[in-house]
Ligand binder design. Structure first.
Ligand code: HEM
Length: 366
């Protein structure tokens, strides 16, 4: 027992000293930085009381103009917060090859849904990115557009139903937008009608929330995994809760089986990914697990981002009647020119709509 205790104390002491040394990384290099807190570095409140940008925003403002970049720590991992626009351009363009990796956790072998475009590093990311670039082309978006419009029609119906019964005319939009986005992602990426708009209790809705919020381990272990993703991968650690993993893997397996057996085509991402798989490139084979992971990234990268963007746009429109009127006029005019059909081409013609979504309406004349 005493040997065990001694080993435990020794391990904790070594880990503490290692952490202290790592937290001196920016200090030793004379780079301006916040004093990191022990053991989480600058991300102590991350995923509890603060979001990512609430943490980096104030640090960005504090150091902007004083240095090309400032130092931060994600647990014990040094992170450079870039403050200078020319440096940003160099990193994203000229020196991109040195900064290609996002360095977030992924483990294709043991946690296959994490083997997606956002999380993969190195040549795995590059090869997959090359394969998938064609899937994200505007031509392919156009091909998927009618599928999105069908869900939008459903959204309109649900909104009308809600409007008829809304107390004081108030409708809770953020949840509705989230369910709309979940239906779009369900049908476009996973190839299923998941019925989130009509049924708030649909399993897809709760699994979407769990996929974005829940982790397999507690916050401390999860942060350590993000702080040392390579070590976590070597230790064969996994990030996603088992139920979330089984749910999405199950959907993808069933969809692929059904489509291949019945030769079904549905103009969606799943079709495009299946095409890539069936082309059978011998240098870079796309597996069913790869397909599942890419469908999954549509969910985690597309759900919150798209629904909150729509939510904020609607909020701003509600506060700015003149802009709302101008946008409504544009939509009616454009639709009239396009036989009152919501086509991809009609959407491309809605220039003011694009400005509203990009937040550029503040700078344009009304
Ligand atoms: C308002 C909406 C969105 C915002 C603000 C947003 C933002 C971002 C950002 C900042 C990145 C990282 C870029 C980089 O590291 O260079 C990214 C990457 C990515 N996003 Fe989005 N995103 C949005 C919507 C979506 C949607 C709807 C999808 C999919 C359906 C998506 C899928 C992805 C993927 C797959 C990547 C990784 C791309 C790669 O590594 O090549 N995003 N997004």
């Amino acid at each position: 027992m005493s040997v065990f205790l001694a080993l435990l104390v020794l391990s904790v002491t070594i880990f503490g000293l290692f952490l202290k040394y790592r937290h001196g990384f920016w200090q030793r290099r004379g780079i301006p930085h916040e004093v990191p807190s022990f053991p989480m570095g600058d991300f102590k409140e991350w995923r509890t009381t603060k979001g990512f940008f609430e943490i980096i925003g104030p640090i960005y403002k504090k150091y902007k103009g004083t240095s090309p970049f400032a130092g931060m720590f994600l647990v014990f991992r040094p992170v450079a917060l870039i403050l200078d626009m020319d440096l940003v351009k160099n990193i994203l363009i000229k020196d991109f090859n040195n900064f290609r990796d996002r360095g977030v956790f992924s483990n294709q072998r043991d946690d296959p849904l994490t083997g997606h475009l956002f999380a993969l590093d190195g040549t795995k990311w590059r090869d997959l990115r090359q394969k998938l670039t064609s899937v994200f082309s505007s031509g392919k978006m156009k091909y998927m557009y009618p599928t999105v419009i069908k869900v939008a029609e459903d959204f309109r119906k649900v909104l009308e139903e809600k409007q008829a019964t809304a107390v004081g005319g108030v409708i809770e939009m953020s949840e509705l937008l989230s369910r709309f986005t979940a239906d779009v992602i369900g049908v476009c990426a996973f190839g299923i009608d998941c019925n989130c708009l009509h049924d708030p209790q649909a399993e897809f809705v709760s699994m979407c929330k769990r996929a974005v919020i829940e982790r397999r381990h507690n916050k401390f272990i999860d942060s350590l995994m993000e702080g040392a993703p390579k070590l976590a991968r070597t230790l064969r650690m996994r990030q996603l809760p088992q139920e979330v993993h089984d749910f999405y893997m199950g959907i993808v397996h069933k969809t692929i089986e059904y489509r291949e057996q019945n030769n079904v085509k549905r103009n969606d991402l799943m079709d495009l990914l299946l095409e890539l798989k069936n082309k059978g490139d011998k240098n870079f084979a796309i597996t069913v697990n790869d397909i599942a992971a890419q469908a999954f990234v549509f969910l985690i990268a597309g759900l919150e981002t798209s629904s909150t963007t729509m939510g904020f746009a609607l909020y701003e429109l509600a506060k700015n009647q003149a802009i709302q009127d101008k946008l409504r006029r544009e939509i009616s005019d454009v639709l009239e020119r396009h036989n009152n059909e919501y086509t991809y081409e009609a959407m491309q013609d809605m220039r003011y709509l694009d400005q509203v979504f990009s937040g550029e309406w503040k700078t344009v004349e009304n």
